[in-house]
Design a protein around this ligand. Structure first.
Ligand SMILES: [Fe+2]
Ligand SMILES: [Fe+2]
Length: 311
């Protein structure tokens, strides 16, 4: 068995994360839902994420409906990814069991928060279902996805997790917060979620770098392949769910579209989902951290693999 190299731990950053986690901790009922329901006279997902404004032939009511369908899947996709994220964080916390107890506390809180978020998103799905016509389906199954993701190397899973938790913050700050036309409850769900995710994004980076320091160049090169596979698997999920959501819209919107318009609606759902879950997260902080860990040739390999998805 390979001897794990003991890396010095950045205790201060873990301690700061614990403090911040205590400060922003929310209760699903008392702080987020507060007895409210979703306002279906408003949008859920902002235009900056739904890309609905490119569908110029739709009425405002139809654009609102698309924003609500995408907003419903947005909540479900976080519930989905949080299943594997919680399991992986619980697994890497093992390496702190008999080490820095503050680091251990930070990861235990992280896991606890993700389990709570999953409960919140299950509640949200039930509440949104009450206000929308029957026939919506969320196809990916959290445990099946988690099993596939967790079969890959820890380096790649932490990279994917870091990517997700960074884009959660960017989506809220750049698109959700500035939009004044969203359901207040939907907006509050993602405000509170983002506040707890801020700590996760920092911890992902710390754990990913700690894992990276243990790898040989060969193992890291294989981990880069794993990351490419994982992004491909995410894209597979987005293709299936965007098609299901576009078809649901076409069934419930109350009119029939010609073939070209229906195709444009399907293509826009896929482009929006790729933007939300892959493209918007690849820029900025994530690329910076990734670039520090891998070689330029590996960086290029990832770029070439992602090119068809990045459009
Ligand atoms: Fe979360
Ligand atoms: Fe998280």
């Amino acid at each position: 068995m390979q001897q794990a190299v003991q890396q010095p731990i950045d205790s201060k950053r873990y301690a700061k994360s614990v403090q911040a986690s205590k400060r922003v901790r929310f209760d699903i009922d008392q702080d987020v839902i507060r007895g409210r329901t979703f306002d279906f006279a408003k949008k859920f997902l902002p235009d900056g994420l739904s890309k609905v404004q490119t569908l110029t032939f739709l009425s405002e009511r139809e654009k609102q409906l698309i924003s609500q369908i995408q907003g419903r899947s947005y909540a479900n996709i976080f519930g989905l990814v949080e299943r594997f994220i919680a399991a992986k964080v619980l697994e890497v916390s093992r390496e702190h069991w008999f080490g820095d107890q503050v680091a251990l506390e930070a990861l235990v809180r992280f896991t606890d928060e993700e389990i709570k978020h999953q409960e919140m998103f299950r509640r949200i799905e039930q509440m949104i279902a009450l206000g929308m016509p029957e026939g919506y389906t969320f196809l990916p199954e959290p445990n099946a996805v988690a099993a596939a993701v967790l079969s890959k190397s820890t380096w790649a899973v932490l990279a994917l997790t870091c990517h997700i938790e960074i884009f959660v913050l960017a989506h809220y700050r750049e698109s959700i917060d500035p939009d004044q036309n969203l359901s207040d409850l939907w907006k509050d769900v993602f405000l509170h979620h983002m506040r707890e995710e801020s700590q996760h994004a920092i911890l992902d980076e710390l754990e990913w770098q700690r894992e990276d320091a243990k790898l040989t160049p060969e193992a890291r090169d294989q981990a880069v392949n794993d990351l490419i596979d994982l992004v491909g698997a995410v894209d597979g999920i987005l293709q299936v769910q965007s098609a299901a959501d576009a078809d649901y819209f076409l069934r419930i919107c109350g009119r029939t579209f010609g073939r070209d318009e229906a195709e444009k609606i399907r293509a826009t759902f896929l482009a929006a989902y790729r933007w939300q879950y892959i493209v918007s997260g690849v820029q900025g902080r994530f690329s910076e951290v990734l670039g520090r860990l891998i070689t330029p040739a590996q960086f290029e390999r990832i770029g070439a693999a992602l090119a068809p998805i990045m459009g």
